[in-house]
Design a protein around this ligand. Structure first.
Ligand SMILES: [Zn+2]
Length: 311
């Protein structure tokens, strides 16, 4: 598995981005005299790699970690929380809106067991509210509410260097899955409102939750608005996209999955079963075929001797 440090271009020396494959969110390390802060902890599958990256000279080396912060509480952003907390004995800081879900360990709202994702349970120590000003890595960061993909998500904006740590609210090409209107009527309108809020910010560099940092924010926002319009026009497309996204993540975690078992999986895992009853009303084998064809066409999944593998 390859892992890398993001090119330092356009980022001040306090900001370090660790990029792995799409399964784990990026880790953003902010190093400063006032203490070192890590934003997001990746997927539980990558915990050994995350701890190893943190121990490198480009990471913390032997320095302490003052806080671990999450942009939002999905498996690929909080999966290393428990292990990092155990290693560094640091407080965990959550967006205000995520705390009740963690208190309840709500496997549906957190998109865990509901869609066959996993994360290790952890305890948090502090919450962040939008509107505060935080000093991390000797830089000022403004937490901004960024609901849509996740209704409690925050993004972090540094006005001095015009950096946005965007989590899954904005990627170079799109953003994290949203729930169809019939499942959560707030989600898609909130995703649009969040893009409009981001379009009003003066941003030079986006550090997304997945993929490399990027600079052409106008083009990324345009693609995100186009996707939103396509979603608004076609709720089945939103539903298909959400199922394909969660299956791609599950496959990256499992690494291989028997193709013949996909229909039974669709009947067994709550999100697939509920979405099929609500949106597609297909025999599980027919929905499996439809999803697989689309995933193979975009090159997310390949078949090999009866196994599905991430491509
Ligand atoms: Zn997410």
């Amino acid at each position: 598995m390859k892992s890398q440090f993001a090119p330092a271009a356009a980022l001040p020396p306090q900001v370090h981005v660790f990029i792995r494959d799409w399964l784990s969110s990026n880790n953003v390390l902010l190093r400063g005299r006032g203490g070192n802060i890590l934003i997001d902890s990746g997927h539980v599958r990558h915990v050994p790699m995350t701890l190893a990256l943190l121990a490198t000279p480009q990471g913390l080396a032997s320095a302490p970690l003052a806080k671990l912060v999450n942009t939002h509480c999905h498996s690929d952003h909080m999966g290393g929380n428990a292990a990092i907390q155990a290693r560094y004995r640091c407080p965990i800081v959550l967006p205000e809106g995520e705390a009740p879900l963690i208190d309840a360990w709500d496997e549906k709202a957190l998109l865990l067991g509901y869609c066959d994702q996993r994360a290790e349970r952890f305890h948090y120590d502090e919450i962040i509210k939008p509107g505060e000003t935080l000093v991390w890595g000797d830089l000022e960061w403004r937490p901004l509410a960024a609901p849509g993909h996740d209704m409690g998500a925050l993004v972090f904006y540094n006005p001095e260097h015009r950096i946005l740590i965007s989590g899954d609210a904005l990627w170079r090409d799109g953003y994290g899955l949203v729930m169809p209107l019939e499942v959560d009527p707030r989600a898609l309108p909130a995703a649009r409102a969040t893009l409009e809020m981001l379009a009003r910010l003066d941003i030079r560099t986006v550090i997304p939750g997945h993929g490399e940092p990027f600079g052409d924010v106008t083009a990324a926002l345009e693609r995100a608005f186009d996707r939103t319009a396509a979603f608004e026009a076609d709720t089945l497309r939103v539903a298909r996209h959400a199922l394909k996204a969660v299956f791609t993540f599950a496959l990256l975690d499992k690494q291989r999955f028997p193709a013949a078992e996909l229909p039974a999986y669709i009947d067994r895992i709550d999100m697939y079963r509920e979405f099929n009853q609500r949106f597609f009303r297909l025999p599980a084998a027919a929905l499996a075929k439809l999803l697989l064809e689309e995933l193979e066409r975009v090159g997310a999944v390949r078949r090999e001797d009866g196994w599905l593998r991430p491509a």
